[in-house]
Design a protein around this ligand. Structure first.
Ligand code: ADP
Ligand code: ZN
Ligand code: ZN
Length: 738
């Protein structure tokens, strides 16, 4: 139980929602156990501490209610709260409340989708770890809101002879079919079944039916597992040893693409299931990596539940329920699958652990990798993270096991650096020749649109987003200039708004422009980037095409497996390197290495060309040699010298408001509020570019001790945000920013 320095009523007043409510007459009240004489410990405490699921930051629960029978930690209740009813989660039970007995309200209803108590604990930890609220964290671990089980009429034959006159021929046929086929959902024949029901021959009842999810329908346990290679055996021995340990040490599986990591995940999952334990498999983006889901589905059939954003709310509800009931024991999905309601969890697989999509940008700004580590530790489960390009953080913290070569024994494709310093166009002539010769290739350019920015040739006027202070990007097919940070769009200008000149210059090339240029080479060109509505369909088209070029942003370098691709091209390797971010080197290395993993997977082999203006950059040079170890050694040394993660923890505080003066003032107050921190350095405040109409400023805390720094950040924000002088300023805290 947490100690509290405010009374419940006071806290509720602050949130302008009075908690003192009339005792309600709901049946739950009658079911509440009688209070026991003090001092005698009864079996179950009578007070339920309930955290309302609301997004209001000022509202600090939990609030006390009478505990209905059968309610425990994780129960989901509808409770009276102020003048309305809200849904809340029981986060703890207590013997006593600060509220007088007669002011303790009874919940209105107990909902049937209770949460596993471990997830309640995980959510409370997450709220603290990411300076968020328990309510917001609990919302993340709760089943999708609003969705209900889908119900349909089920018909079965009762076995009783129909009352009254003889059945018509049609009725007789229907009944015979039901007897022979067994119970089934009623469809268009519901009226006829109802008539049979009226005569006692058929019983109808409402039943929850599962909405079929395509991935799970792949087929049951068809794929025979291959015999493991000696390297895989070696890794599996380690995995099995950890699975048997009461507190498994997390493992980092480092192996190039095609080294058989996924096969290890499959075996590890089978091993956990044999032990009666559940499995979570986290993948970066299901739309881009359908293969891994298909492989799990082929091996484990209906034991699998899939969680991803393409599912309808109803489908997600059904998958959640299958996991919660234990019908499904393996959950595959992107970062939110880390909250799958699996009990007795034995294994969490973290595929492509370097992928930035594991970081959630909403509140709480959690990192699924960090949450997975916590959940695994809490459940006594093994965390198995895998990548061809692991993060320096993981290499530093986890025990590393390796798969040194490709399963097929083929070497990695040679990587050739193409020096672009003397070349004016987007493509080097050598690159163009190689693309013409290769039947199938993948071309990566990490920039969407036609050109990066447009300006006036006469007066230099540049087109900037009115909301964001960044250059607008030309999207030629739409005939628009678009901001990549907000929804702002405008028509492509015919003349300069400032001097009236009709001479408008376009600078730099994006994927749309490159798509156009590549089409001149005579191959079919398919473009994959965030502007494409259905990436899955596009990838299937590329797979089916005998000759084609796939061009796109980093989306093209994700875990696809196209054996007939023989050429990979990185058009502007410096693009990611130029980002003012300490992870720029790591990202560049990963991008080049991942693209190299896409080329030459088939018998024809392949090669990779990397166009760059900085051929000597360590990340590019190491990627060209396929030397992850050398890169990681250098990168870890650099991070240690500069005290970047994993040698410190970063916390980013951002203030934003329409007016710059308000932001500056709030940022200074935040800086003052942080004071002098032990073993931590505060950088800033520094202005950031205007985003979505709001001026911004940031502070970065670089701390050796994580918990006190997070607490200090949370307190400073709470204090400044509560100060009326800073009304209208929004604050966000990002622990481990990406
Ligand atoms: P990764 O996940 O490291 O890219 P995969 O597990 O996908 O590697 O393996 C690459 C290819 O090799 C896949 O086609 C897979 O089916 C195959 N494979 C993996 N392990 C074996 C094995 N032990 N024997 C034969 N083929 C294997
Ligand atoms: Zn002009
Ligand atoms: Zn904008």
């Amino acid at each position: 139980m947490q100690s509290r320095d405010h009374s419940q009523a006071r806290r509720a007043r602050e949130a302008s929602a009075p908690v003192v409510v009339p005792r309600c007459e709901a049946s739950a009240a009658a079911a509440a156990p009688p209070r026991r004489a003090s001092g005698i410990l009864g079996p179950v405490p009578p007070v339920a501490k309930v955290e309302p699921i609301t997004t209001a930051r000022a509202l600090r629960g939990p609030f006390d209610y009478l505990r209905p029978d059968g309610v425990g930690v994780g129960s989901v209740l509808v409770v009276p709260f102020g003048h309305r009813d809200v849904v809340g989660v029981v986060v703890a039970l207590a013997e006593d409340s600060e509220l007088a007995d007669e002011r303790l309200a009874a919940p209105r209803r107990v909902l049937d989708h209770d949460l596993p108590p471990e997830l309640v604990e995980l959510a409370r930890w997450m709220a603290g770890e990411y300076c968020s609220t328990p309510a917001r964290a609990l919302a993340l671990v709760s089943p999708p809101p609003g969705a209900r089980a889908k119900r349909a009429w089920w018909a079965r034959a009762t076995g009783r002879p129909p009352a009254g006159r003889p059945l018509s021929e049609r009725q007789r046929a229907l009944l015979d079919e039901l007897v022979a086929g067994g119970p089934r959902a009623a469809a268009g024949d519901l009226p006829a079944l109802r008539r049979l029901q009226a005569r006692g021959a058929v019983a109808l009842e409402r039943r929850a039916v599962r909405r079929p999810v395509a991935h799970t329908a792949v087929g049951a346990r068809s794929a025979q597992p291959p015999a493991l290679t000696p390297d895989q055996e070696h890794v599996m021995a380690e995995v099995r040893e950890q699975l048997a340990a009461p507190a498994p040490a997390p493992l980092l599986l480092h192996g190039v693409t095609g080294s058989g990591k996924t096969e290890v995940y499959l075996r590890a999952a089978a091993s956990a299931l044999e032990r009666g334990r559940g499995v979570i498999v986290l993948v970066p983006e299901i739309g881009l990596t359908p293969q891994i889901v298909a492989r799990f589905a082929a091996r484990f059939g209906d034991t699998i539940a899939v969680a991803h954003s393409k599912l309808s709310a109803g489908e997600r509800h059904d998958e959640w329920t299958r996991l919660r009931s234990g019908e499904a024991r393996v959950c595959i999905g992107p970062r939110s699958a880390v909250f799958a309601p699996i009990e007795d969890l034995g294994l969490i697989v973290l595929d492509e652990e370097h992928d930035a999509s594991y970081k959630h940008e909403g509140d709480p700004r959690y990192d699924a990798r960090h949450v997975a580590a916590r959940r695994a530790q809490q459940a006594g489960a093994l965390l198995l993270a895998g990548s061809a390009t692991p993060r320096p953080e993981s290499v530093h913290a986890l025990r590393r096991v390796r798969l040194p070569g490709r399963v097929d024994g083929r070497p990695l494709p040679p990587v050739q650096i193409v020096d672009m310093r003397a070349c004016a166009g987007a493509l080097h002539p050598d690159t163009s020749h190689a693309l013409v010769d290769a039947p199938k290739s993948i071309v990566l350019l990490n920039r969407r649109g036609w050109s990066n920015f447009v300006d006036c040739r006469s007066c230099g006027h540049a087109w900037i987003c009115p909301q964001c202070d960044v250059a607008l990007v030309l999207h030629r097919a739409d005939g628009r200039l678009a901001c990549h940070h907000c929804a702002h769009r405008e028509r492509v200008p015919e003349r300069c708004a400032k001097c009236g000149s009709t001479s408008v210059a376009r600078h730099g090339a994006g994927t749309e422009r490159l798509e156009h240029d590549l089409a001149a080479l005579g191959h079919e060109v398919l473009r994959l980037d965030a502007d494409v509505a259905d990436p899955g369909a596009l990838l299937r088209r590329f797979e089916a095409a005998p000759r084609a070029i796939l061009v796109g942003t980093q989306m093209v370098a994700k875990g696809h497996d196209f054996p007939d691709v023989t050429l990979g091209v990185v058009v502007d390797a410096d693009g990611t390197l130029r980002f003012p971010d300490f992870r720029a080197e790591e990202r560049t290395f990963a991008l080049v290495a991942q693209l190299a993993g896409r080329a030459g997977r088939g018998p024809a082999g392949g090669r990779v060309l990397v166009q760059t203006l900085s051929p000597a950059a360590p990340s590019i040079a190491a990627a060209a040699r396929h030397d992850a170890d050398d890169f990681l050694r250098g990168e870890l040394a650099r991070r240690e010298a500069l005290r970047y993660p994993p040698f410190s923890h970063l916390i980013r505080l951002v203030c934003s408001a329409p007016a710059r003066a308000a932001v500056t003032c709030a940022a200074r107050a935040l800086r003052a509020g942080l004071g002098e921190l032990d073993e931590a350095q505060v950088l800033g405040p520094a202005p950031l570019f205007k985003l979505r109409g709001r001026e911004r400023a940031q502070l970065v805390i670089k701390a050796s001790a994580r918990a006190p720094a997070v607490a200090a950040a949370g307190n400073a924000v709470a204090t400044v945000a509560a100060d009326r002088a800073h009304r209208g300023v929004a604050f966000s805290v990002d622990v481990d920013p990406q």
